[in-house]
Ligand binder design. Sequence first.
Ligand code: LLP
Length: 430
Amino acid sequence: MVKRKLCEPLENRKGSLYFDGFSVEELAQKYDTPLYVLSEKRIRENYNRLYDALAGKYKDVRIYYACKANTNLTVLKILQLEGAYLDAVSPGEVFMGLSSGFAPERILFTGTSVRSDELKFLVDAGVTINIDSQSELDRLFKIAVPSTISIRVNPEIGDGHHDHCITAGPQVKFGLCEEDVLKAYAVAKKARVERFGIHMHIGSGILNINSYIQAVEKLLGIAKRVHDELDITFDFIDIGGGFGVSYHPDDDDLNLSEFVSKIVSLFKAKVKEYKLGKPFLCVEPGRYIICDASILLTTVNTVKLTPYRKFIGVDAGFNTLARPAMYGSYHHILAANKLNSKSNETFDVVGPLCESGDVLAKDRKLPLIVEGDVLAVLNAGAYGFSMSSQYNSRPRAAEVMICQGKPVLVREREQFQDLLLSQRVALQGE
Ligand code: LLP
């Protein structure tokens, strides 16, 4: 296991925090806060580290970036240029992928509870559809019979950092269980689908290699049955995403080389044993690619000492970063200009929303904080902006990317006018 300290793209220069070579205080001053800051360099590094680890062990590998983690257009463009494929879970994500230059053949749609008009959109767009239910398959075939179909398997083994993020197992809505998988492929074969894939995604934020290995084994066992019983050969086998990232400085990172080596060895051995041909090995990471490639900057508005607690009130709440409120997730927080000060104080870092659950960090050890300080919330790239909202009628944050060596505003801060978009006032003429 590998320990993570303050490491790239973060840097401590004489007590001040730098991100990808730039002072975060200066960025906060120039672009205002709350502000997501992203690193092009880190996105490329994360992608290539994973690609090299996989391709070093198995040549025919594809990385589908799970863009639900972050659909910023520049992020998508960078990954498209790196040669990534795209995992999209909604027509909107397909639209974002196409808009950023992904060819439709490189997009795999894995939706759930999909509408028929959405299926029509996907067929017209020419993306590959990964089926989540028999109903979806039947409705798709009424619209068209695509040349390629993939089925999402529920391998009945799930894992993840929180119950909400476990996406396989008996209680979970996703995918088809073994016998239903066989029925669905039989229907697809009868409808004269020509090429096939098979897919699973067991959850998100997985640091436990064993559950992943068991699920891969189960998936490949099901692939064997489909192959043997229906004479179907797979062009690709997609084992999903979910590779965990450590959020706490004392936690261990995922040991990538051990993880990859165990998964790929198993994959190769089973594909050979089951005579599954030469399928592409596909993975679908979101968090691994983008999580540590972005931080959230927020300014301290108030320091409030009550008889019971010490609150730091900042300008980012769960409208800006939902994960702590939604999953109780830990995000490490640094005071941008106090990296060399001792963290002797215990604070609750709270946002500006009118809810008591608007907490970014509870009982957090920090240096003495004063109003005007800039705090950096780490590991904010995955499911940060993409889950943000306008709750309490607060316009969404801006995004700046350190791109080709300089900061570029890649998403403007929303203004009050944006709160009015799409609204129509009834009662006209009153
Ligand atoms: N593939 C599929 C079909 C997925 O549903 C997901 C995530 C992924 C891939 C990518 O998972 P990742 O590699 O990013 O873990 N909002 C939660 C995470 C929910 C993930 C949902 N599906 C969070 O903030 O932790």
